[in-house]
Design a protein around this ligand. Structure first.
Ligand code: NOJ
Length: 581
């Protein structure tokens, strides 16, 4: 981002007239909102808890574990899609936005889930998947049936007599071709994801009104927010100009935040977000800080929270640089210090497990490094989005055969690799590190058969370490990841400084240690995290030495309750400390 543009974003104070009073500050990053103070716990419903023995998690399963969710101390649950769907993409291909997928239960189950959450003071955020629908949605069935069908313009079509449409890149298609030819009307339709997920035409006001009506349906039920799937892609130049050769290497520049995207969001805000007390977050935040600000700065009346991938994208099979990691999170923090608001996350259902990518899942370091990463997430400014199972320190399952995987996108890519003579061994190795199925294995509740997840055959394999990494075992261990997570939650809840306070990076060039201050008028915390498997030293270059500072939380057991703040603080592997100054 150019410095000039950054300066504009940092100018957030606008005086407004107020009868008989001093000018007041308009909303800034420090303006308090429930969605800023919340910790969002993401539940992948397919893998959380199965109530009927069909091997697939369901709504009744979640209902039966609401007390567990409450015991974590989280405020909001984000539920991945539970709508009617042929399930090509595990619910991200919706065929009826007002129905519940029978595998997950009924609308009555949904209502009691929502009730049960609200009774416990937990809010519910739902996925809204409207960049595309399923190809089995009635709209698409109509649309493809004839060129003059009233639903034709709900999607993007290119008549074949005009030749092949200009190349568009598809994220899920094995040939990466986003145009699918359909014989029925001799035309191509557009799909940025798979051919079973045709893109909706947001330029058509009827489509937008359909979406608002769907949103009203759920908001009227009382849900508390929407996560807008792939929304940064919805606006397209429907003249479909040629993009430069090789654009796909940088397709985000051509796909994200195009056309009238902000107009659509402002309309959605006016129609829905301004009328209900709901939070809103879009998947992705464009290409620049400017894009992200344009989504969430409060004076624009679009969304609440930007969810950017720069941090989470850093982990590679051969590791990542902590210096880069610190730099990314620090830059995002400073760009949003005064306006806008961010999500902070290291995992979700599209990522492999947090500890396997950013920590160390070897048995001797799994607990420590999981706790260290959780300390990071819950002491940063922004709304933490925390993925189910990470509170237990769940690891990648180390699948070795393609038959272990269920993700159709992976299965297609495997076939393609086979057919094109690719390196299958390398392909499988990459999957074991980064495939999204790594984060989708069943939630381990106890040491019984199938980890207490199901009495049937689980839809995807259970982690081999489930006898030691599960809720029942961790409940009884005061030093478990689970109990540490609860303490962290309490710390954040009791100290809004950790939500709103200023963030300052310390010991910037330390390649092993991430240390920062969080402070405001109410308090000051020093967070010190050893991101490495080796002993390390935090070089305290700025803070005054002090004999007894209070250690409010630490992941090594038998730590004293106070320590000396010296110029050099030694740290053991993956040690995490939160110190009150
Ligand atoms: C992002 C979702 O998180 C992912 O799971 C899905 O496959 C794509 N969007 C397409 O909807």
């Amino acid at each position: 981002m150019k410095p000039g543009i950054l300066a504009i974003f940092l100018c957030f104070i606008v005086g407004v007239e107020n009868i008989g009073a001093q000018p007041i500050q308009q909303k800034s990053a420090a303006t308090q909102h429930w969605w800023k103070e919340a910790v969002v716990y993401q539940i992948y419903p397919r893998s959380f808890k199965d109530s009927n023995g069909d091997g697939v998690g369901d709504l009744k399963g979640i209902i039966s574990e609401l007390d567990y969710i409450k015991s974590l101390g989280v405020d909001v649950v984000w539920l991945n899609p539970v709508y009617q769907s042929p399930n090509f993409d595990n619910g991200y291909d919706v065929s009826d936005y007002r129905k519940i997928l029978p595998e997950f239960g009924t609308m009555a189950d949904f209502d009691s889930l929502l009730n049960g959450m609200h009774r416990r003071g937990i809010k519910l955020v739902m996925d809204l998947v409207v960049n595309h629908s399923s190809s089995e949605h009635e709209w698409f069935k109509q649309s493809r049936s004839s060129r003059i069908n009233p639903y034709r313009n709900y999607y993007h079509w290119w008549n074949a007599e005009n030749g092949k449409p200009p190349y568009r890149f598809s994220l899920f298609d094995i040939n990466h071709d986003a145009w699918q030819y359909d014989t029925l009307t001799n035309a191509y339709y557009l799909h940025y994801f798979s051919d079973k997920q045709p893109d909706l035409n947001w330029g058509n006001p009827k489509v937008r009104n359909e979406v608002y009506s769907i949103m009203r349906f759920w908001a009227d039920k009382g849900i508390d927010g929407f996560r807008l799937d792939a929304f940064q892609f919805v606006a397209k130049d429907t003249t479909f100009p040629m993009f430069p050769k090789g654009f796909e290497k940088n397709f985000m520049l051509y796909y994200a935040m195009q056309g009238n995207l902000h107009g659509y969001l402002q309309q959605m805000n006016q129609q829905i977000f301004s009328k209900y007390d709901v939070m809103s977050v879009a998947e992705g935040a464009g290409n620049t800080f400017e894009d992200a600000h344009n989504l969430v700065d409060s004076n624009r009346h679009e969304l609440n929270i930007a969810y950017a991938f720069n941090g989470v994208d850093l982990a590679k099979p051969n590791g990542y640089s902590l210096l880069q990691f610190k730099s990314i999170f620090s830059q995002w923090d400073s760009a949003f210090e005064h306006s806008g608001w961010l999500a902070v996350f290291l995992a979700n259902h599209d990522q492999a497990r947090m500890v396997s990518r950013f920590g160390n899942d070897a048995p001797q370091f799994r607990t420590l490094s999981s706790q260290m990463l959780s300390t990071f997430l819950l002491t940063m400014r922004g709304t933490p989005f925390y993925y189910n199972g990470d509170e237990l320190g769940m690891v990648n399952p180390n699948f070795t055969s393609i038959h272990d995987y269920r993700d159709e996108v992976i299965l297609d890519a495997y076939k393609h690799t086979q057919l094109t003579g690719g390196n299958i061994k390398a392909f499988l190795k990459n999957l074991a590190f980064g495939a999204r199925d790594n984060g989708r294995t069943p939630f381990p509740w106890d040491s019984s058969l199938n980890a207490g997840f199901t009495t049937g055959l689980p839809w995807i394999g259970i982690n081999a370490n489930y006898k030691t990494v599960n809720v029942a075992v961790e409940e009884n261990d005061p030093n478990s990841c689970l109990n540490y997570f609860r303490k962290l939650m309490q710390l954040r809840k009791n100290n809004p400084t950790l939500v709103y306070g200023k963030y300052t990076l310390l010991d910037k060039n330390n390649p092993q240690v991430y240390a920062y201050l969080r402070e405001d008028a109410a308090g000051k915390f020093l967070v010190v995290l050893n991101f490495s498997a080796k002993d390390a030293v935090f070089n305290n270059l700025t803070l005054m030495a002090k004999a007894n500072v209070v250690l409010v939380l630490a992941n090594y057991i038998n730590k004293p309750s106070t320590i000396a703040l010296r110029n050099k603080i030694p740290l053991r592997p993956y040690e995490a400390m939160v110190i009150k100054l």
